[in-house]
Design a protein around this ligand. Structure first.
Ligand SMILES: Nc1nc2c(ncn2[C@@H]2O[C@H](COP(=O)(O)OP(=O)(O)OP(=O)(O)O)[C@@H](O)[C@H]2O)c(=O)[nH]1
Ligand SMILES: [Mg+2]
Length: 426
């Protein structure tokens, strides 16, 4: 076990971070994820008082780090006093419970910490619902934790019956709540889908900013759209999606959405709960993958974003890489290296504005040849429009009965604009 440091701050929660280095794992990798865990803790408003890196052969089922190491850490906690201990990996409900008993303090894992930040940041109804769902889903298998204090007080004997009954009741209530939240979120999803259809009807290109948390997505949108989105040196500064109109020099209308950032080890049920938000991401015409080129772990971060995109079905979308933070010398060098690896890319500094002209050009280039899907019902009397569609559009469905041409077509945004008055829903 190694190193700890102390910081002074009397109001904030104080935390001890614990990571595990298993045999065969690379130390720098584990140390990096621990650094990120420290950043997560700070983003949640806590002060990191110390960190332990436990070296062991394998994970121990009962206490994750084994009882001996747990006792050692417990002694440190008694001496230094922290309000919680955060593990870098997910703990099973039993491990969390056991460690909590030994440490006599709150024990969280990476997922819970992320959930806590999300809960602090969620502002829209959709965001709050999604976070609540993720929290309840996380809680469900861990409900027993809440009854351990009763078992301890009364030795478990005699209380176990009523305790279990209460536990069952809580579990049922939680399941019911989860069902309600899922229903509410379904409504949100269909509303979002309707909004998207509305935007498509206008022929606007939909562009989503994706990337690792803290890459500079919000800063970039602020620069491109003159927006005023919260952008800070914090992990998960943005949670709720924000859409702004961005005008390209060729006047191609474009809507750009800034959304929640990704991270390594993003908990699966969090991805699942954020389906409504993430759907918005993958349904775009173009993904702009913003990368913090100045970050020491830039390659790992790109990989982590690919992994999440793969999970949400967005990896095969057209993607433009934007290597950001080239005002930093390390960033500029890494960006040059990455540009050779990812040819469809551009180098910028969202902070200083360098590279924006080229970015505009690349955006226009990526959106060139974009097609819009429309369902139309055009009176047969409007033969000119029907003829030009037959000439220039891809016709996916057609029916000329009933005095109108009922068509499902894919057309250029310019042609879509001419058809707007004949659009029908469905
Ligand atoms: N040096 C430098 N810093 C930048 C640049 N772009 C953004 N930043 C800083 O990076 C930090 C994160 O920026 P954000 O725009 O909040 O990043 P984000 O990708 O929206 O992050 P989340 O919303 O947390 O996922 C802020 O402190 C920005 O000032 C840049 O081009 N150069
Ligand atoms: Mg942001």
């Amino acid at each position: 076990m190694s190193e700890y440091f102390e910081t002074q701050n009397n109001d904030a929660e104080t935390v001890l971070l614990v990571g595990v280095l298993l045999r065969g794992e690379e130390e720098w990798k584990v140390k990096d994820t621990m650094d990120e865990l420290a950043q997560l803790a700070e983003s949640a408003g806590a002060v990191v008082k110390g960190r332990f890196l436990v070296r062991q052969q394998k994970i121990k089922a009962g206490h994750y780090i084994g009882t001996g190491k747990a006792e050692e850490i417990s002694d440190w906690i008694k001496e230094n006093g922290v309000s919680m201990v955060v593990f870098d990996d997910d703990l099973t409900p039993a491990q969390g419970r056991n460690l909590q008993r030994v440490f006599e303090t709150r024990v969280l894992d990476r997922t819970q910490l992320i959930l806590d930040i999300f809960a602090q940041r969620a502002q829209t109804k959709e965001g709050c619902l999604q976070v609540e769902l993720a929290q309840h889903q996380y809680l469900l298998p861990r409900l027993r934790n809440m009854w351990t204090h009763l078992e301890r007080q009364k030795g478990g004997i005699g209380l176990r019956g009523p305790g279990e009954t209460q536990l069952e009741m809580d579990r049922r209530r939680l399941q019911e709540l989860i069902r309600t939240l899922k229903r509410d979120l379904e409504l949100v999803r269909s509303r979002r889908a309707e909004q998207r259809r509305g935007r498509r009807r206008h022929g606007w290109a939909l562009v989503s900013l994706v990337g690792y948390t803290n890459a500079g997505k919000s800063t970039l949108l602020n620069r491109l759209a003159g927006a005023d989105i919260y952008a800070e040196d914090q992990l998960f500064a943005t949670l709720d999606p924000t859409t702004r109109q961005v005008e390209l020099p060729n006047h191609e209308p474009m809507l750009m959405t800034d959304t929640v950032g990704f991270i390594q080890k993003l908990p699966h049920h969090l991805v699942d709960s954020f389906k409504a938000t993430l759907e918005e991401v993958v349904e775009a015409d173009l993904l702009v993958h913003v990368v913090d080129a100045s970050h020491p772990q830039v390659d790992t971060q790109i990989e982590a974003v690919h992994k999440v995109l793969d999970e949400i079905g967005g990896l095969d979308k057209p993607m433009l890489y934007v290597f950001n933070k080239i005002d930093d010398e390390k960033g500029r060098n890494a960006a040059k290296r990455l540009a050779r690896q990812f040819p469809k890319s551009t180098l910028v500094s969202a902070k200083t504005g360098e590279g924006m002209e080229l970015l505009y050009d690349d955006l226009a280039d990526c959106l060139k040849g974009r097609k819009v899907t429309l369902r139309l019902s055009i009176p047969l009397s409007n033969g000119k429009l029907i003829a030009s569609l037959q000439k220039s559009a891809s016709i996916l469905e057609q029916d000329y009965e009933g005095g109108a041409a009922d068509l499902l077509v894919r057309v250029s945004p310019q042609l879509a604009a001419q058809c707007r008055e004949f659009e029908v829903s469905g």
